[in-house]
Design a protein around this ligand. Structure first.
Ligand SMILES: Nc1ncnc2c1ncn2[C@@H]1O[C@H](COP(=O)(O)OP(=O)(O)OP(=O)(O)O)[C@@H](O)[C@H]1O
Length: 294
């Protein structure tokens, strides 16, 4: 299978500050890839390089095998909302359609982006979440094979977010590839096939959430206790250990054995919770060291 994105030995500096160092990855068709990292990790910089909006210092990027008319097959939702006074939602979508040879039909676009009720509103009269939906509408107008979405659901209410992700899942079922950054990790956890973590300028993890769980701990165990941390911190089944005030948080790949070891202390423990490790907690514990006290 040919890769739809190929990045080799990519490096980017701003002045004497290194932002991205030796970035390598490939993306195949028909996947939702989530790029995650803390604020300032370099996600937008990487997307902007992939889109050829800024240049790298070294390395190569191949998008859609560098075929002609790449732009015809690319959809982009950048982080900033664009707003032009006096132009309506309908006008800007129609204008955008005119740039493509085979755009999606207008009715389908506004249906997908849930903009029917707003089609005669002026762009600058839209709320932040509505502007995001318009931005999404414009990104899919050309019926692209590859979609880049930078913080697509920022500012959307929870109903719009749920609907948005259902649409993205449908687009994937139509063999589209979606490359997305977001700080809403619970959304990515449900929909992303692959997680790329950017940390310390490099790709620190690249794989499925199942792989991340198997490395970092399948289960998250939490409880409150005044017992001393030394009682727990050396239990070998713990992959990550965190204590914040009297709140304990463990991750493990062997829940049963760990629970057995907690049994003698149960009457000194309250609010015990055992759950599958979420992407949110996997990410916040990722590379923080095995034992953390705050
Ligand atoms: N034009 C620029 N000139 C100098 N430094 C920049 C420029 N653009 C970004 N940076 C720096 O590059 C780093 C990466 O920024 P970037 O916007 O790519 O991060 P990000 O992971 O997308 O962050 P966020 O989650 O906050 O959107 C930051 O330290 C930022 O200050």
């Amino acid at each position: 299978m040919t890769s739809i994105i190929e990045v080799d030995n990519l490096n980017k500096n701003y002045g004497n500050k290194t932002i991205l160092e030796n970035i390598n990855f490939k993306v195949d068709q028909n996947q939702i890839i989530a790029l995650i990292g803390e604020n300032g990790a370099g996600k937008t910089t990487l997307i902007n390089i992939l889109l050829d909006l800024i240049s790298s210092d070294s390395g190569t990027v191949k998008i859609l095998n560098n075929t002609k008319h790449i732009k015809e097959h690319l959809g982009v939702m950048i982080q900033q909302n664009i707003s032009i006074t006096r132009i309506t939602v309908k006008e800007i979508i129609k204008l955008t359609q005119s740039y493509y040879q085979n755009p999606l039909p207008y009715e389908e676009i506004i249906e997908l982006a849930d903009l029917k009720k707003l089609e005669h509103s002026k762009m600058n009269q839209l709320s932040g979440g509505q502007k995001r939906r318009l931005s999404f509408a414009l990104s899919i107008t050309g019926n692209p094979n590859l979609l880049f979405l930078d913080e697509p659901t920022a500012g959307m209410d929870s109903q719009s977010r749920t609907k948005f992700w259902q649409i993205i899942a449908n687009l994937k079922n139509q063999h589209k590839t979606i490359f997305v950054t977001s700080h809403y990790l619970n959304e990515l956890e449900t929909f992303a096939d692959r997680i790329i973590i950017l940390q310390n300028k490099s790709i620190a993890f690249d794989g499925s959430i199942a792989k991340l769980r198997s490395l970092e701990g399948e289960s998250l165990i939490e409880f409150d206790s005044d017992l001393l941390p030394d009682l727990f911190s050396s239990i070998p089944e713990i992959t990550n250990f965190k204590k914040i005030s009297n709140h304990y948080q463990f991750t493990t790949n062997n829940t049963e054995s760990l629970m057995n070891q907690l049994t003698p202390y149960l009457n000194a423990i309250s609010n015990l919770k055992v759950q599958q490790n979420s992407l949110d907690s996997l990410f916040s514990n990722f590379n923080t060291g095995d034992i953390v006290y705050e």
